[in-house]
Design a protein around this ligand. Sequence first.
Ligand code: ANZ
Ligand code: ZN
Length: 808
Amino acid sequence: MSKYNFSLVERKWQKIWEKNKIYAAKDFSKKPKFYGLIEFPYPSGEGLHVGHVRSNTAMDIICRKRRMMGYNVLYPIGWDAFGLPTENYAIKTGIHPKIVTKKNTDTFRRQLKSLGFSFDWDREINTTDPKYYKWTQWIFLQFYKHGLAYKKKMPINWCPSCKIGLANEEVTNGKCERCGAEVVKKEKNQWLLAITKYADKLLDGLKNVDYLEKIKTQQENWIGKSEGALLKFPIPNSQFPIEVFTTRPDTLFGATYMVLSPEHEIIRQLANRISNLKEVKSYIKKSKAKSDEERITEGKEKTGVELKGVKAINPANKKEIPIFVADYVLSSYGTGAIMAVPAHDERDFAFAKKFKLPIVPVVANLSTSDVANISKAGMNESYIGDGVLINSGQFNGMSSAKAKSAITKFVSGKKQIQYHLRDWIFSRQHYWGEPIPIIFCEKCGEVPVPEKNLPVKLPDVKNYKPTDTGESPLSAIIKWVNVKCPKCGSPAHRETDTMPNWAGSSWYFLRYIDPKNNKALADFKKLKYWMPVDWYNGGMEHTTLHLLYSRFWNKFLYDIGAVPVSEPYQKRTSHGLILGESGTKMSKSRGSAVNPDGVVKNFGADAFRLYEMFIGPFDQAINWDPQGIGGCPRFLGKVWEISQNKNISNEIENHNLEKLLHQTIKKVGEDIESMNFNTAVSALMIFVNECYNSESIPLKIWEGFLRLLAPFAPFISEELWEKLGHKTSIHKESWPVYNKEKVKEDRFELVIQINGKVRDKVLVETNISQAEAGKLALNQEKIKIWLKDKRVKKIIFVPNRLINIVVA
Ligand code: ANZ
Ligand code: ZN
């Protein structure tokens, strides 16, 4: 018997599959289509990560199963190759990012191929290819032409170390997500994409897609739709009232002071009336150094300064109330000013306690009964719920729900819907990104690059270091920057900011459908055939970034008629991360990274794939255990040995194996659909052990098993399929179907209880009668001991479950 030589077999089939293009997707096939998608990798210098292997294998298994089920499957791959690590590496080593990218993608491609993923390699794309980013730029121009891309002076999150502006999402705890440096605020003219205009569409669309519940919830919270009102508070002797956004207009009578964000304009307008202006200004200066995160952190000691010399009027009760500036109010939300209702808002409550401001309850909590109590005893905490109005003049006794619109109307306020979602800062001051296709003309101002002149290619230069002024490195390349205005021919210059690396990934799933098209981002008929993506698996960390961005782009493209469906992804699932042995993130620098090449070399791709599926529940983070992998090659060794040594033929019948096969078909099939890959693999293992213990195996049954194994371990199953004499690939075979009759268990574990306590279990025939079960139970040695000297009063029997002996 020959031992299984996985390297030989894996290399052999990799070549054959590639030559025969057995995983090619066919445009417009008559078969039903299935578009399976994984997040295309960023080709880092570190090479493939074992985490990539986990998610790619999972979708590979699904796609292989779909092919066997008769679908025309598209499972594409490409490179999300713009980005900072490559640029930083290039700056450090002096090697051009283009060359770095080429080297890295070559490594990734080789590694992915070695793992036997059934990608359609003819559709490979690369976001840094000018033929690709021509269309990224084209989409930008469409945004621009529809008023959804605009330039604005913005306080941006600035990383002094990366010298780059960051989106809010790229700042974690006030630190740069990439390098960990403290982020500061900086005013800069930035391009923005008006994603907020799509807030409602992005929310509504979630109703019609099959996303994991936690993904939907995260997106909903991120968009953060709030329904409330805009109310005006007059300032005596001033023409400018303070306008606030509130979700609780019903609490207006309890507004005992107001708070402005430090950035609020009114402070400047009132400056000459503020008697403590110096103190106010110094407070504003201090708060500017803080990130939004820091400012709103719960439980944080509240700070603020009263604007002395000015007051506002509460429009409901006409009382004069003080105005504060405090950094717990953000300039970027609502109107940047609030009415403070300490009795019913936690932050206002903490602030009022500290500054000894009046706390007037105006909503009584009905479930804690005593209304009078709160008003006389004072409050220990704010009550944030709904209830019935008190201390509110003619509105007393009204429910807070009703009072919301009644009070809004009473003070001539207006209903307002507010979103937490912000427009997307789309400028980066970097070299290695898509140039933004806009030209600034001395006469015409902003001029979009004519579509026929796309792509605006990145200039080939030696120096791509960021400038110290915060301008993009492109701004130093005078020959590239200076151009003639496409409209009037006057001297003009190019936009030198580039796009963020979220740009290319916002539409890549469309390009796979028609990767070589140079007339459109993709042919509309092909899009119509393939879209939407049927199943998209990716990381939870992308839920409020890439996943939201790409839904936005697709919806916009749908609205301008460039794509046929408004939701790009029908189904979205997510995987758990693979961590290092110690449970922390794998990192090359800390020496905790596992090299996939080594695993393939030592154990083979099939065993690697199986292990990654077996290692634990797919949706949970898991620690890499180098000891654990050994079981998988042993399992495949057994499969090989059975194929070689057992008597496998058509002449044989084996009722037990046949039954187990049908059960395994059912189990594996269902587990793949629910992404319970670990239990699918263990079902395959149980089946193999059963075969190992059988003298001989019916051919049809062994073939059925190999077809089940094929999506998980494509190499060995292909080799054994060929050895059985088949001339065509196992991956073109059909997925086995189970027989309903044959999956029925014919035995089950009968639970035996005495007075309701479990005392024993026995394996019995399905549908055993009460009489038989009773006889059997009373005859068990353990039970006899329990029943000694006792009298059986009653026997309760639950068919196919348990028998309970009641004794006195
Ligand atoms: C008065 C009030 C009374 C409020 C009350 C709440 C409870 P969401 O749900 O997140 O939309 N707010 C408004 N603008 C703000 C800003 N720029 N910075 C900080 N806080 C701001 O929250 C809306 C509520 O947050 C608003 O309703 C306002 O406080 C506060 F019993 O107004 B509320
Ligand atoms: Zn011009």
